[in-house]
Design a protein around this ligand. Structure first.
Ligand code: PLP
Length: 466
């Protein structure tokens, strides 16, 4: 029997399929299957249009840090919409939320990073960082310092420049990137290091690679190095101990600025508002952040500059000269009000401390998945985790191309009420930070069940016999 709701859902499904160009979509399957309609949410749960409940193991997209349906957040957003939904904030004007949030953020960042530029997403925060760094070196008369060094398997966004910096080659297929400006070195993926190499030797190799690249390009041509503290979309790659500190020392040796892309790692995911200093012992020249800054309730990002960079770019060289960078929605008052409330909620409910306390339990429970023959590596930190599948634990060989193992596992998880993010042979988890121990136990038991079902599928197909 078809109800009004069924008809409404069918209409939405058709409108979506016929007109909405979704990001990151395989149109060959989308044109037949369309999208699953998500209708509501609460806490760690989201619900589809048929009312089925799922634990959101992805936290929206690494972003819904305080969880869904937080009524304090709803009120803060509504109040600001009511008071002043928008006003331009080029230099002559500001709004209380933008000013207050900038000041608040400067208390959460490492000591010298006190100057905040707002945008509306992670890609924009990284593009902004590069434009400002180029401007900075121009100001210093170092006009050739333009090149950017990034890493294979990094993800920095989807605008032209951010995608050029992105090092996941799969993401470049059929599109162009700027190979003149951006140069990649390899990722510090310890799981995939040569079998006879210690982690320390591997770290030496990666640090040397950065130095060699700077020298090869000419330090006078290299503006900056950009790195995620832990690589996210590339498969939650945790660098060896000391990697960030040592790469930053190399950067300093050659006057190359260091950008820490904290779009995922910021705002509690690793147990701190920013991870660069407390977890990785570095004070970068620039930190970029987005996602968790507003827990995904509204689009917001920040490019956070050191005082030293600001001192150079804030002195006009000619009378009337402007800082010609900015967007209509830079410092949007409603987004900034959401950002402020997000920090207030995180502080009030001690969310960073919660992640520090419960993160190790999440890691430990996920490691029980090693019992499954196809689990090669369980890695990550706190609420940023990944399970890498292999068809042979010894050789770490991956499944043949036609077996999309991540998708198979994710679809079993979904059938059992859990969303995880498949990335080819990996399954990634980045849940809301309010997860309890009981929630973790539910997630892990669904994962065990889903891995078992996946093994059954593989043996039925004669693909995996152990
Ligand atoms: N940087 C990192 C580390 C990311 O993970 C992402 C998105 O996932 C971005 C930048 C781009 O952010 P956005 O999609 O908001 O532009």
């Amino acid at each position: 029997m078809s109800t009004k709701t069924d008809l409404a859902n069918k209409t939405i499904w058709e409108q979506d399929k016929d007109h909405y160009i979704h990001p990151w979509t395989d149109f060959s399957t989308f044109q037949n299957e369309g999208s699953m309609i998500m209708s509501k949410s609460k806490g760690i749960y989201v619900y589809d249009s048929e009312g089925k409940q799922y634990i959101d193991g992805i936290g929206g997209l690494w972003c819904v840090n305080i969880g869904y349906g937080n009524t304090e957040m709803t009120e803060a957003i509504a109040n600001q919409v009511d008071k002043l939904p928008y006003y331009l904030n080029f230099g002559a004007h500001t709004t209380p939320p933008a000013a207050t949030l900038a000041a608040k953020l400067s208390t959460l960042t490492p000591a010298t990073l006190n100057k905040i530029f707002f945008g509306t997403g992670g890609s924009m925060s990284n593009d902004t960082a590069i434009r400002i760094i180029h401007h900075y070196f121009n100001r210093l008369g170092q006009h050739t310092k333009k090149k950017i060094i990034s890493r294979t398997d990094s993800y920095h966004g989807s605008t032209y420049l951010a995608m050029s910096m992105t090092g996941i080659t799969f993401n470049h297929q059929g599109f162009d990137i700027d190979k003149e400006l951006v140069h990649h070195i390899s990722a510090p993926n310890t799981y995939r290091r040569p079998i006879d190499m210690t982690e320390h030797e591997f770290c030496d190799e990666k640090v040397n690679e950065l130095e060699t690249k700077i020298v090869e390009l000419g330090p006078e041509n290299v503006a900056c190095f950009i790195a995620e503290p832990i690589m996210g979309a590339g498969g939650v790659i945790v660098p060896p101990n000391g990697y960030h500190k040592r790469t930053q020392e190399i950067c300093q040796k050659y006057n190359v600025l260091y950008i820490s892309d904290e779009v995922i790692t910021g705002f509690g995911r690793l147990g701190h508002f920013f991870s660069s200093e407390p977890t990785f012992d570095i004070v970068p020249d620039v930190i970029t952040c987005a996602k968790g800054i507003s827990s995904g309730y509204l689009p917001l990002s920040a490019t956070i500059l050191s005082e030293q960079i600001y001192d150079v770019i804030s002195v006009p060289q000619n009378k009337g000269e402007l800082f010609t960078h900015g967007f209509t929605y830079s410092g949007h008052p409603v987004s900034c009000a959401a950002g402020l409330k997000n920090i207030e909620i995180m502080e009030k409910h001690k969310i960073c401390e919660h992640v520090q306390n419960i993160g190790p339990y999440f890691e430990k429970q996920l490691k029980t998945l090693y019992d499954h023959p196809i689990v090669g590596d369980v890695r990550g930190s706190h609420f940023m985790m990944c399970i890498e599948c292999v068809d042979d634990k010894e050789t770490k060989s991956t499944f043949p191309e036609h077996i999309d193992i991540g998708k198979i596992i994710a679809s079993h998880c979904q059938n059992n009420g859990l969303f995880v993010r498949p990335i080819r042979n990996k399954v990634v988890l980045s849940p809301p930070l309010i997860l309890t121990k009981d929630n973790i136990d539910s997630i892990v038991s669904i994962l065990h069940l889903s891995f078992k079902k996946t093994m059954d599928d593989l043996s039925k197909e004669g693909i995996y016999i152990n």
